[in-house]
Design a protein around this ligand. Structure first.
Ligand code: SF4
Length: 399
């Protein structure tokens, strides 16, 4: 059990369901240890329990056992908020249902289930309380559901295989939609005062791993080495830079090779690039008093060069000196319900968020007609290189 932040490269599998549906027993069975307290008393899991495990074919995953739904006490209502936050961060939901309750007392309507069927697996527990005929009827009613029989070791194996299958096809990749005829990409990774000590940041690691998976050649340089590389290697398909070095890299590149940023790759991978580009265009029509919502998907400390708190607000003000800006900053899993109070939303690259959550956020913005864009697109726009930084997608029917 841990209350530390959960790295997003590791998928979150959230166990959800009504109180006493058997979520904690399922968690214990999955990891083969007694980490979650189980009891027949409703509401035994009062806070989200985190546990890490390795699944063959996937690697490490975070299992999150949430407090049960349907607890109507005042504490239960607060716990529900935490459960909903966990669901919001889920790459995959295990929707746990008590088969005996469903079959005998509480017919379950399909419409009550979480909508996106590719992101949930229904698991019926307490199967031993059903007759054979009832089991058959249950499986006929819910052909995609797994009936969990703890006496049968193959039950857990079947669930682990189903989880692996769902997670393997879970998200678009960073380089999807980009032609790479020479199979050679250049990663520009500045090691500056904001770079974490002794490691790379999430999108840099993700891209390196994806390049290896795709058997691409990767050349990794800092800005200082880029000129020499570009002068001597004609096989480069794409340069990917940290957004903050965009202007320098663009000046060195002189439009010789396609150039983009980690954040723009993420806009395509997790978001909707065309929608974000409309968000960039909408900046030109901001009112004289503009409220801007700055959103970051994880919590971190802030320094004097912070991109979201300092650099982007300054650049926005410089770009539109006649406008008086007011900024609200939101970090983590929360998104304000009322977005109409804002004239634009500028979101981080969202490396810590599942694509599903980003899509939910974009849907909220669309519904309330609030323009939305991300940091990388804004920085490219502010530096006057938006066209160059998105050209790599122009041959594809994205924008
Ligand atoms: S603020 Fe956003 S882009 Fe930056 S590390 Fe957190 S989730 Fe990733």
């Amino acid at each position: 059990m841990s209350s530390s932040p959960i790295p997003a490269l590791i998928p979150n599998i959230v166990l959800m369901g009504h109180v006493n549906a058997g979520k904690s027993t399922l968690l214990n069975a999955l990891i083969g240890q007694e980490v979650a307290i189980t009891s027949p008393i409703a509401g035994t899991t009062t806070d989200t329990v985190h546990k890490r495990m390795e699944i063959i074919g996937v690697g490490a995953v975070n299992l999150l056992d949430t407090a049960g739904l349907g607890d109507t006490t005042s504490l239960g209502v607060q716990r529900l908020q935490k459960t909903l936050q966990s669901i919001n961060q889920a790459h995959l939901l295990l929707y746990v249902l008590d088969a005996s309750c469903w079959y005998l007392h509480r017919p379950l309507k399909q419409s009550a289930l979480p909508a996106d069927a590719t992101r949930r697996i229904m698991v019926f527990t307490h199967i031993d309380q059903l007759t054979v005929d009832q089991r058959v009827a249950l499986q006929q009613n819910f052909p995609d559901a797994l009936l969990m029989d703890y006496q049968d070791p193959q039950s857990i194996d079947a669930l682990l295989r189903r989880i692996a299958h769902r997670l393997q096809r879970e998200e678009k990749l960073l380089l999807d939609g980009i032609a790479l005829p020479h199979r050679h990409i250049v990663h520009v990774i500045p090691i500056d005062s904001e770079a974490p000590k002794g490691r790379l940041i999430m999108p840099q690691m993700q891209l390196l791993r994806e390049a290896l998976d795709r058997h691409l050649r990767s050349t990794v340089v800092q800005v200082e080495e880029l000129q020499t590389l570009l002068d001597h290697d004609p096989t480069i398909d794409l340069i990917i830079t940290d957004s903050q070095a965009f202007a320098q890299v663009s000046a060195i590149n002189q439009q010789r090779y396609p150039l983009t940023s980690y954040s723009i790759l993420q806009a395509n991978q997790k978001g909707d690039l065309a929608f974000f580009l409309q968000g960039v265009q909408a900046l030109a029509t901001l009112p004289p008093q503009s409220n801007i919502l700055m959103m970051e998907s994880c919590t971190h400390n802030v320094n004097h060069e912070d991109i979201g708190r300092v650099k982007i607000p300054k650049l926005l003000q410089k770009q539109f000196p006649h406008i008086t800006f007011h900024f609200d900053f939101v970090m983590g899993a929360h998104m304000p319900d009322n977005l109409q109070q804002y004239d634009a939303i500028i979101h981080c690259g969202s490396c810590m968020l599942p694509a599903k959550t980003m899509h939910h956020r974009m849907d909220q913005a669309r519904r309330q007609q609030v323009p939305m864009l991300n940091y990388g697109l804004f920085l490219a726009y502010a530096m006057g290189i938006l066209e160059e930084a998105t050209a790599v997608y122009r041959s594809a029917p994205l924008i």
